[in-house]
Design a protein around this ligand. Structure first.
Ligand code: TXA
Ligand code: MG
Length: 310
């Protein structure tokens, strides 16, 4: 494995690996992804194996721009077009009826496909150059923290790929918002970089939430997920001797001061938890952020990180 600066040559080489059915790690603006040819069943199978992810948990298919939608979706509604125009490239994933060319394995056996156009220039160049839709789950083991830098990709993943393209730290830092447009009204299956308020304004009606009955429809809906090795506990305030994330002046090296605005907090969250994990703390106490809707994506990840293993 090599971590490569994403020169045109390196991107071309990574694109060749993908076209030929291999795997690479690519940067996106949300988190790093373990990328492969989305229409190549063998390649997709390896992604599930390496991540240790159950194969009924669908992957997101990444395309270079909205003109590729008919390659993977059999129906593209006016609403989907409108959302694509507004939010692509960017951290919005839309669930649409699947095109038959997309293997069932890629979509976890569902008749729908989740699609997005990442805005990270390296990801876009890579997909364009590969010339095929690219399936990419976050480049972490099932249920672990997603990497937000090339250096944060765990060895279990990095040792399995020939190339990691280093696109720098991820700007958004949390996985994309997933909106299911096959439901009426559309539902947000996973909150993320594009907020509920923004989407509601575009769609013109209140959007549904993650359905509890569809726990297995998305891996992001497992109770414990996005979790560091340490136990995560949400608290009102940090004691001087507790390790964790705070909004105030840290009392020592195992306390991380977090930004007060939700977007910057999201960008910093996984890196902060990873840092404390590397320091070997047993418990990460996280001071509860405000309870308002702009914090929905952060709260979602904090709840999932702090859920007890069943
Ligand atoms: O930001 C992201 O979306 C990152 C980067 C790499 O693009 N990718 C990512 O993929 O987070 P992953 O595999 O870790 O999460 C996939 C999510 C699931 O939680 C689920 O909500 C949704 O995508 N998903 C995929 N296909 C779906 C489908 N057909 N129906 C419903 N949800 C689907
Ligand atoms: Mg993931």
């Amino acid at each position: 494995m090599s971590i490569l600066t994403p020169t045109p040559d390196a991107i071309r080489e990574a694109a060749r690996v993908i076209r030929e059915g291999g795997l690479v790690v690519m940067p996106t603006e949300t988190v790093y992804g373990l990328a492969c040819h989305a229409l190549n069943e063998k390649a997709v199978q390896r992604v599930y194996e390496i991540k240790g992810r159950p194969s009924d948990n669908p992957l997101i298919v990444h395309i270079a721009d909205a003109s590729w939608l008919p390659k993977v979706a059999r129906e593209v509604s006016d609403l989907a077009k409108k959302l694509a125009e507004k939010y692509w490239p960017g951290p919005l994933t839309m669930v649409l009826p699947k095109q038959s060319s997309v293997p069932d394995l890629t979509t976890g056996g569902l008749d729908t496909v989740a699609v997005r156009v990442p805005s990270h220039p390296v990801a876009r160049r890579l997909i364009e150059e590969a010339g095929v839709p690219v399936a990419a789950p976050s480049a972490n083991l099932f249920m672990a923290l997603s990497p937000t830098s090339a250096q944060a990709v765990d060895p279990e993943i990095s040792l399995e790929v020939p190339i990691i393209l280093d696109g720098g730290p991820c700007e958004v830092g949390l996985e994309s918002t997933v909106i299911d447009l096959t439901d009426n009204p559309p539902r947000i299956l996973r909150p993320g970089g594009v907020t509920r308020a923004d989407l509601q304004a575009m769609v013109g009606m209140p959007l549904g939430h993650q359905p509890p009955s569809a726990i297995r429809k998305s891996p992001g809906q497992y109770e414990r997920h996005y979790a560091p090795r340490a136990v995560v506990t949400i608290v009102d305030a940090l004691e001087a001797n507790q390790a964790g994330l705070t909004f105030d002046q840290p009392s020592g090296p195992t306390q991380v001061r977090m930004p007060r605005d939700p977007k910057s907090y999201a960008t910093a969250l996984y890196g902060a938890m990873r840092r404390l994990d590397i320091m070997g703390v047993a418990e990460i106490c996280v001071v509860a952020p405000p309870d308002s809707e702009e914090w929905e994506a952060v709260w979602d990840r904090l709840k999932k990180a702090s859920a007890k293993l069943l």
